[in-house]
Design a protein around this ligand. Structure first.
Ligand SMILES: [Zn+2]
Length: 346
């Protein structure tokens, strides 16, 4: 770290094992002292790292509760679709998970995804893109926010939900997965083909809610949702999707904004983006925001990003010579939770 300016260290493995050592040259008191030896190692490494950079990030692979005395975090590889138990048990200790089970399971494990799976499923590429679009604005909350240790309960037994608390809002993520067995991998990590309306009961969201918004991840659409409160829980009616997020916005929460999907474009073409405000704070009817593209541009001036008013319009331009591909366009702003969309150029 001193020589390269690296700002963190990961000690690979370590969190998985309890290994005995019978090497007489080591002069161990007992062959079974693995946990003590690991603590000495973590203590030694953390002192050395902090001497160079007090803010250096310290990670192992695989999280263990007592590691948190010295290390911040652990890389965790997980197939199942659960919130990592260490995230719930030790909120200050942050497992960083990667999940090759695909985007549906990732969404249920508090991971922002971006992975089609360790086995490629072409039919899941659209789902993966939809997930990355819809969760963009609340991604920080899904990964670093407070994960509730009691899941919201759906009226169907094969719908699984999670609850995350962020600044000024809470997010329910839910899916009716192809299999209700969280360990079935990799063939059953898509979405169920069964279709029927259901409700989700959400407890543990305190205070008044000023707006609720349904992010239909299957269809990549966003719309206000009418919810009910019976004094004990909020009830969310989910009618037409097997994969969704519902944002519950508090009165002091940020504004939520979205823009329409734009159809397939070709080099030299342009398209209108309709920017919509889902739930503005009561004192604000309009918000300032930015549209950012990676590889595309906005009129006038063909700049890769542009200042916009929401609600409002913007003109997206595909410059001449743009190669075919899926291009990201993101809406974001201060005090505003936006989304990202992928624009297909053929
Ligand atoms: Zn030894």
């Amino acid at each position: 770290m001193r020589e390269t300016g690296a700002d963190g260290v990961r000690l690979d493995s370590l969190g998985f094992y309890f290994l005995t050592c019978y090497n007489p040259a080591h002069q161990h008191d007992t062959p079974f002292g693995y946990n003590q030896w690991i603590q000495h190692l973590l203590d030694k490494v953390s002192r050395a790292v902090r001497a160079v950079n007090p803010d250096g990030l310290l990670m192992t692979e695989a999280p263990v509760d007592f590691f948190s005395q010295w290390f911040h975090s652990a890389l965790q590889f997980t197939y199942p679709r659960d919130i990592p138990p260490m995230r719930l048990a030790l909120p200050g200790y942050r497992p960083v998970i990667y999940l090759p089970g695909g985007p549906v399971f990732a969404s249920l494990s508090g991971e922002i995804g971006g992975c089609n799976g360790s086995v490629k499923f072409p039919e899941r590429e659209q789902l993966d893109e939809n997930w990355r679009s819809m969760r963009q604005g609340v991604g920080e909350t899904l990964v670093w926010g407070k994960a509730a240790d009691k899941d919201p309960q759906a009226s169907l037994p094969d719908v699984t939900c999670r609850l995350f608390h962020g600044p000024g809002y809470s997010v329910v993520v839910g899916a009716r997965a192809a299999s209700n067995d969280p360990l079935r991998f990799p063939d059953n990590t898509g979405i169920s083909s069964k279709r029927e309306p259901f409700t989700v009961r959400v407890k543990g969201v305190s205070g008044p809610i000023e707006g609720a918004y349904l992010y239909d991840i299957e269809k990549a659409t966003v719309a206000p949702l009418k919810i009910r409160n019976d004094g004990e829980a909020w009830t969310l009616p989910i009618e037409n999707t097997n994969w969704f997020m519902v944002v519950l916005r508090k009165p002091q929460g940020p504004a939520f904004a979205s823009f329409n999907a734009v159809g397939t474009l070709h080099a030299g073409e342009s398209a209108k983006c309709d920017l919509a405000l889902l739930g503005p704070p009561k004192h604000k009817a309009k918000m300032q925001a930015r549209l950012l593209s990676r590889g595309l541009a906005f009129a006038p001036g063909n700049t890769p990003n542009v200042s916009v008013t929401v609600p409002g319009k913007a003109t997206l331009v595909v410059p001449e010579g743009t190669p075919p591909g899926h291009y990201e366009v993101e809406l974001k702003g201060e005090g505003l939770v936006g989304i990202k969309r992928f624009i297909v150029v053929e």
